[in-house]
Design a protein around this ligand. Structure first.
Ligand SMILES: C[S@@+](CC[C@H](N)C(=O)[O-])C[C@H]1O[C@@H](n2cnc3c(N)ncnc32)[C@H](O)[C@@H]1O
Length: 219
């Protein structure tokens, strides 16, 4: 983790573990450990449960989130990682898009306790269908584990005017027969073609096999 992540005090590293300052003290989202540092409650951020935490543990960062950002989160599932993002934007919002109705029900329960997390039952490949809820967004984070992962990020960043974006690329979701390194290079090339600058790319192994995180900026 790089020092600028810690500036807001929302994300801290202690003894080799990562924590986010809890926006909903006393409440666990996925059984994570709650700890107190100097009278403030933090939630341990497990790199085996969250690719964004894995990215930081592997030397990635700083993360693109600012305290008052409007974040569009694609593929929120039940809200494990999205809840940590919500901790990092205490004056902002996290719009959480998920398309599985069953998973969405769990997401809604987790959003109930976190006023800055807004659940959206929607398909990340059809951003125009939730544009009336989201309005604009500074940063898009995408973890949809399906085909066209780079384009899904780019389409959403374009529609919502985001200048920062991160995408977790699961190589096997693009093509089970291709070498993961080739999928990562073609995803990178696609994002460049779409007008984005690659800030960082990191393999997520050993936490997630055949996954890479790509961080882009516009222009
Ligand atoms: C790898 S899981 C996400 C895990 C989650 N980001 C986390 O770290 O807590 C991928 C999720 O994306 C959802 N998903 C896949 N395709 C989607 C799409 N087109 N639109 C919205 N959600 C999608 C799946 O239902 C699944 O819940």
């Amino acid at each position: 983790m790089k020092p600028s992540d810690e500036e807001a005090g929302c994300l801290v590293s202690r003894g080799g573990r990562l924590y986010t300052r809890s926006a909903a003290p006393g409440i666990r989202v996925y059984g994570e450990r709650l700890v107190s540092f100097e009278g403030v409650e933090y939630r341990e951020w497990d790199p085996y449960r969250s690719k964004l935490s894995a990215y930081l543990r592997l030397g990635g960062g700083p993360l693109p989130f600012r305290k008052d950002d409007s974040v569009l989160y694609l593929g929120a599932a039940s809200g494990t990682t999205a809840s940590h993002v919500s901790d990092m934007v205490p004056e902002g919002r996290v719009y959480c898009v998920e398309f599985s109705p069953r998973t969405f029900r769990e997401l809604v329960r987790n959003c109930d306790r976190r006023p800055n997390m807004i659940p959206i039952l929607g398909d990340a490949t059809r951003p125009e269908e939730y544009s009336f809820v989201v309005g604009s967004s500074g940063v898009v984070y995408s973890d949809v584990a399906q085909k066209r992962q780079a384009d899904i990020l780019a389409d959403n960043m374009d529609l919502f005017g985001a200048d920062r974006g991160m995408v977790s690329i699961k190589a096997r979701s693009e093509d089970v027969t291709a070498a993961p390194a080739d999928i990562f290079s073609s995803s990178e090339a696609r994002l460049r073609d779409r007008g984005f600058r690659i800030e960082d790319i990191h393999s997520l192994e050993p936490y997630e096999m055949s996954h890479a995180m790509i961080y882009v900026r516009r222009g």
